[in-house]
Structures are given as C-alpha cells and as structure tokens.
Design a protein around this ligand. Structure first.
Ligand SMILES: Nc1ncnc2c1ncn2[C@@H]1O[C@H](COP(=O)(O)OP(=O)(O)OP(=O)(O)O)[C@@H](O)[C@H]1O
Ligand SMILES: [Mg+2]
Length: 279
C-alpha cells in the first residue's frame, strides 16, 4: 500500500511546490492512471513513490509517504527497488547496460533472483513485451519505442509488487501502446501487481485503469473510479485534458437527454450506448 499524507514537495531549485497537500492511498492490486498537463507534477508523484524524492532530488519535503509502511524519507531507493519497479519518462537515463539481454540480467542478478530461474524469467519478460527478437541487440541501435519495451521488460522480469510507469507509451504506436497496457492489466490480474501509470492518452488509459488521479498545478483536483472521474469530463476539458471522444459524445447525449446510462469506457460499451440511443 502507498500512503501519502499531507505530502508536499518543492525541488531545491524550484520556485513553487511541485506537489502540494497530496492525500492519496493506493491499495494492493489497484491500477491507477495519473493524468494532468505538462508540469502538473505527474513525474514528481512517481519519484515520491520510488524514493527518487527526496534521495536524488533534494528539496523541501512535508508530510509523509509510506510504501508498505516504509517511510520513503528513511528508506533508501535501493531498498524500495525490490518492492517498487520504475519505468522512467526519460528511458535513456534508465538504461544501465549496452545490450538488451544485459539490461534484464542486471536487475535479475542484483535483486537476488535464484540462478535457475533467471533464464526463464528473462525469456518470459521478453516474450510478454514482444521483443524476443531484440535480445542480443545493442541498446544504442534501438528506436525510442523499442527502448521503452526493454525498460518495461526489465521491470516485469523482477515481478515487483508495485510498478510505477511514467509515460511508458510516449514513443509507441497505438498497437504497441495497447500491447503494453494489456500486459499491465494481465500482471495486475494475475499477480495482483499494483500499477501506477502516468499516461497522456486518456482514452487508452480509461480502457485499463481502475482509478484516475488528475493533477493540476501540483494538486489532486479529481480522484476516483474511472467512470466517476469521467462524469466530470467538462472540468477535465476546462483544465486542458483531452477527453476521449466517446466521452465527449456521451456528454453530449446526456446533455440532450438522449442517454441516461454510465459513461462508456470501452468501444463495446460505446457501441451499446449508440444502439440504445438509436433504438
Ligand atoms: N529537477 C527539478 N528541479 C526543479 N524543478 C523541477 C524539477 N523537475 C520538475 N520540476 C518542476 O516541478 C513541477 C512538476 O514537474 P513534473 O516533471 O513532475 O511535471 P509533469 O506533470 O511530469 O510534466 P510533463 O508532462 O512535462 O512530464 C514543474 O513546475 C517543473 O518545472
Ligand atoms: Mg513528467
């Protein structure tokens, strides 16, 4: 469980708090999508969970952040790393090895995975991210999207309880983006892995996440089950968030008194909504 209580953080070189008065609980098995404009504090929120803040980025830290009861101020990020796997927004900064295989082996060997399990874990992670053919490639020769998949593979190979991803599909095409989200969903359902993912593509996110957290200028302005948050699509648009098209359509239908059901979050539901409206 992740517990943030009255948590605020201002970078040492920052002029104002990057996050302010954050009260947030993320329970085991949750799948939380984090959205917000550029500079809203999304990356900062991920750093607060994996301990990068305050250990690598010093600043003024108020309130508390607990990860499975461990206070992140008192726990080294290396200690947290066994529990929390992170995929960073800057994927180049994340890579520690020169070859794909070594990138995965680095984590597997350093986090005490039994030797006889390493090869199978490695193969499974490559398979699940669809990059088995990249195993022996030099990381420098990969595209941004391929590197993102390597970063995800290296983390899922470790099977951490919590995975925090900061825009993991930023450089991926729609099909590969869906593939990553299907993978996250399957980890969430199979192992109960807690997922916290920052994602710009709100439509994609809504098809997979259970809860949404909307940040604006360092504060949580909306938080709750996806459907609940989508009810306030107007507010989201005011803030400047691109609302999924089916949600805009849904809003319009509700406004015109043509539809009274819940907001659709999958294509199948949107189809059902249209059938109802047309019949
Ligand atoms: N290392 C840093 N030093 C000082 N200020 C920082 C640092 N990193 C981020 N900030 C500031 O903190 C605020 C939140 O930044 P953050 O990177 O968390 O936003 P974000 O929502 O992830 O934005 P983006 O969508 O552009 O990735 C911004 O005002 C930013 O300028
Ligand atoms: Mg960011």
């Amino acid at each position: 469980m992740i517990q943030m209580k009255e948590f605020s953080f201002q970078y040492a070189s920052g002029r104002r708090p990057a996050l302010k008065d954050i009260d947030l609980e993320i329970h085991p098995g949750d799948f939380v999508g984090v959205i917000g404009n550029s500079g809203a504090g999304k990356s900062t929120l991920t750093y607060a969970i994996n301990g990068i803040i305050p250990h690598y980025y010093p600043g003024d830290f108020y309130g508390s952040v607990l990860v499975d009861g461990m206070d992140t101020v008192e726990t080294k990020p290396e200690q947290l790393a066994g529990k929390v796997g992170s995929v960073f927004q800057d994927v180049d900064a994340q890579m520690v090895a020169s070859y794909v295989e070594d990138e995965l082996l680095f984590g597997l060997e350093n986090f005490g995975v039994p030797k006889d399990e390493i090869e199978s874990r490695l193969q499974e992670a490559l398979e699940r991210t669809g990059i088995t053919d990249l195993r022996f490639r030099e990381i420098d020769s990969l595209s941004g999207g391929q590197k993102q998949k390597v970063a995800v593979a290296a983390i899922i190979a470790l099977r951490p309880d919590i995975i925090v991803l900061d825009e993991p599909t930023g450089e991926l095409d729609p099909e590969s983006s869906e593939q990553i989200f299907r993978l996250l969903k399957s980890l969430n359902e199979t192992y109960g892995t807690t997922i916290v993912v920052v994602e710009q593509k709100v439509g994609l996110l809504c098809g997979y996440a259970k809860r949404l957290v909307l940040l604006d200028q360092g504060r949580i302005v909306m938080e709750g089950p996806v459907r609940e948050v989508l009810k306030s699509a107007d507010r989201m648009e005011e803030i400047g968030i691109h609302v999924p098209r089916v949600v805009s359509l849904y809003k319009e239908l509700v406004r015109k008194d043509l539809f009274h059901g819940a907001a659709p979050i999958h294509t199948a539901e949107a189809e059902k909504m249209m059938q109802e409206v047309l019949s």
